[in-house]
Design a protein around this ligand. Structure first.
Ligand code: PCA
Length: 143
């Protein structure tokens, strides 16, 4: 399966290490990518968590990374992302950068169960926990 990550799982972001841990299964980077359709990507809640809202056609085309994952890693990520209570694993199409690019159908962890006022938050297109928004991600171990 292919998984598109757009938030704290990206390279250089606070939860990336879980993709590198062989005890969780295997994840192989296929490349950087961007969603074909726009989505609202917001930072919300007291812990400044990034959320892709399940409302295609609104927001911006979102940048991230595509990983090929095995069954074990997919199950691990479902649990890690609190699927289906926090995020739901949904399907979307992304365009992978580079000569070996093209469009790929992926899973992504988005949410359809968000407070309506979240739609008024600024819509990002390339999440960085250290970005100019100043909304530092609060890691789970600190909650
Ligand atoms: N982790 C997942 C969903 C949002 C998050 O912080 C990801 O990076 O795609």
């Amino acid at each position: 399966a292919h998984v598109f990550v757009y938030g704290t799982l990206k390279t250089g972001q606070p939860n990336h290490r879980v993709l590198l841990d062989g005890a969780h299964g295997r994840a192989t980077l296929r490349g950087r990518a961007r969603t074909l359709e726009p989505y609202p990507l917001v930072i919300a809640g007291e812990h400044n968590i990034p959320w892709l809202l399940q409302l295609p056609g609104h927001g911006r085309c979102v940048a991230g990374e595509v990983y090929a994952v095995d069954e074990q890693m997919l199950r691990f990520l479902d649990e890690f992302e609190g699927c289906p209570d926090m995020y739901q694993r949904t399907r979307l199409t992304v365009a992978v950068e580079g000569p070996a690019g093209g469009t790929v159908q992926c899973f992504a962890y988005s949410t359809a169960t968000y407070p309506p006022e979240w739609l008024q938050l600024p819509h990002l297109d390339d999440y960085d926990s250290q970005g100019e928004h100043g909304l530092r991600y609060n890691p789970r171990e600190n909650r």
